[in-house]
Design a protein around this ligand. Sequence first.
Ligand SMILES: CC(C)(COP(=O)(O)OP(=O)(O)OC[C@H]1O[C@@H](n2cnc3c(N)ncnc32)[C@H](O)[C@@H]1OP(=O)(O)O)[C@@H](O)C(=O)NCCC(=O)NCCS
Length: 158
Amino acid sequence: MPIEVRFATSGDKELIAEMIARLKALNEELDPLFKTVENLEEEVEKYVEKTLEENKNCFTLVAYDTEHGELAGVIRIELVDRIFYKPRVKAVITDIYVRPKYRRKRVAALLLEKAKEEAKTRGAGMMTAVYPAGNLIAELFYENMGFKTLQLEKHIQL
Ligand SMILES: CC(C)(COP(=O)(O)OP(=O)(O)OC[C@H]1O[C@@H](n2cnc3c(N)ncnc32)[C@H](O)[C@@H]1OP(=O)(O)O)[C@@H](O)C(=O)NCCC(=O)NCCS
């Protein structure tokens, strides 16, 4: 399948928002603390809009199916200054989503590869991913991509 990875543009806004909203809805199934807000679509749209405007500390890449002329997936990265540690700049994968019909075809692997290249160009010395503890597919994906556990996030409900 001919997949091209490129920077997201404002023309992709709606489809990216749809994919990220689906991702958040999937998280909701994994833990009650990921219960989504009532106006999820609206919030995701604002989030995507802001991301596309602010190019300094984050970027979004999309996988585009050139044969069918549609988006297959998306990855969003935030660059974070670690202040106390070296490497100082880390690239955090905040969102990665591949539409169901494109899964298991290495689309996410390709998005990740391109995101790594771009993050390096922007000065990042490491990359991390954040996802709900119950997301076994994400676990297997990141394991296959060579990611190791760096820190754990514990929670208690108040
Ligand atoms: C996680 C996700 C992005 C993976 O996308 P993908 O394009 O299907 O992944 P790839 O084809 O690049 O997979 C690369 C490797 O990851 C592992 N992997 C991916 N999906 C897997 C699955 N369903 N079961 C087991 N291993 C899986 C495999 O090792 C795979 O290599 P292989 O196919 O050669 O065995 C996709 O399943 C998705 O969008 N899920 C919903 C959103 C989500 O959970 N995002 C991550 C948390 S933010």
